[in-house]
Design a protein around this ligand. Structure first.
Ligand code: C2E
Ligand code: MG
Ligand code: MG
Ligand code: MG
Length: 278
């Protein structure tokens, strides 16, 4: 009885074993029925007013419930072995989409794909990425893989080695949600990250007090010192944009510029914003 109460209080009902299993079966069927879709959110270089990349974000387009956000199902996929299959599907779809845009005449674009711990723990992960790049004929330098600090902390040595192996393929690496956890400068100097993403929580608090401005300013300085590209995430307001501009943050992503878009909407977005660079 006590255990049940604790379960209910701590988490949603998705955490009980039988619910995880039900969800796993539902997710497997969703994969078979091709119910997952990728949306793409542009990253903007505000100095040049050009798109510097797009981040692929998965959604489950449920036939009855409509679009379901990744926060609702990635954790379950991660707990079961489904994340391997789902992650491979996401990577392949994102790489293929990048080629489709290229064939449509869009300027060369770097696509960012979020990774999970489950994928990085797979000893065959590097080979899988290599195969997807070969199959989709996407140059490795058009792909960036996003990893959160939490993933590194879960198994620093293993993740370090896997990330080094991945960069040997020529893909870029990005450290996601920086500033939301321990924010160890250690990883940044040791691991070959090309991009650092300032966490939404830091950007949200920018207008609250001066300490948060200082924090973002330090992150930007670190990026500059280590020659790492810095992208501010979750920029929603003109006020946030103005503060970030004053801090000389060149690249931003967030609803202020664009929501995550369908592939066709990305094409239209490019028609309006001309071209891309990085
Ligand atoms: P993330 O990688 O940090 O992605 C950014 C999230 O912030 C996305 O939520 C995006 O839609 C949202 N966002 C963008 N701009 C704004 C803004 O201005 N304001 C606010 N409030 N939110 C904004 P989304 O798509 O729901 O994804 C949530 C998280 O789920 C992602 O965080 C990522 O950790 C994970 N995720 C998403 N797609 C994938 C995937 O394909 N694979 C894996 N392993 N994880 C994924
Ligand atoms: Mg991300
Ligand atoms: Mg993030
Ligand atoms: Mg996140």
């Amino acid at each position: 009885m006590i255990v049940m109460q604790t379960n209910v209080r701590n988490n949603s009902n998705m955490t009980t074993d039988s619910n995880v299993l039900k969800m796993k079966t539902a997710l497997e069927q969703a994969l078979d029925n091709e119910e997952f879709v990728l949306y793409y959110q542009p990253q903007i270089n505000v100095e040049t007013a050009k798109v510097s990349g797009v981040e692929a974000l998965v959604r489950w387009n449920h036939p009855k419930l409509g679009l379901i956000s990744p926060d609702k199902f990635i954790a379950v996929a991660e707990k079961t072995d489904l994340m391997g299959r789902l992650g491979q599907w996401i990577l392949k779809r994102a790489c293929r989409q990048n080629q489709v845009w290229k064939n449509q005449g869009l300027p060369p674009l770097i696509i960012s794909v979020n990774l999970s711990l489950f994928q990085l723990q797979d000893p065959n992960f590097r080979d899988m990425v290599k195969e997807v790049l070969e199959e989709t004929k996407l140059p490795a330098t058009s792909l960036e893989l996003e990893i959160t600090e939490a993933i590194i902390l879960a198994n620093p040595e293993m993740v370090h080695q896997t990330l080094l192996n991945l960069t040997q393929l020529g893909v870029y690496l990005s450290l996601d949600d920086f500033g939301s956890g321990y924010s160890c400068l250690n990883y940044l100097s040791k691991l070959p990250f090309g991009t650092l993403k300032i966490a939404q929580s830091c950007i949200k608090n920018l207008t609250k007090d001066y300490q948060n401005i200082s924090l973002v300013s330090v992150i930007l300085a670190v990026g500059k010192t280590l020659d790492i590209r810095v992208v501010a995430e979750g920029v929603e307001t003109q006020q946030q944009l103005d503060i970030l501009k004053n801090l000389h943050c060149p690249e931003m992503q967030g609803y202020f510029f664009s929501q995550p878009l369908t592939p066709d909407e990305v094409t239209q977005f490019f028609a309006l914003s001309q071209s891309s660079t990085r």
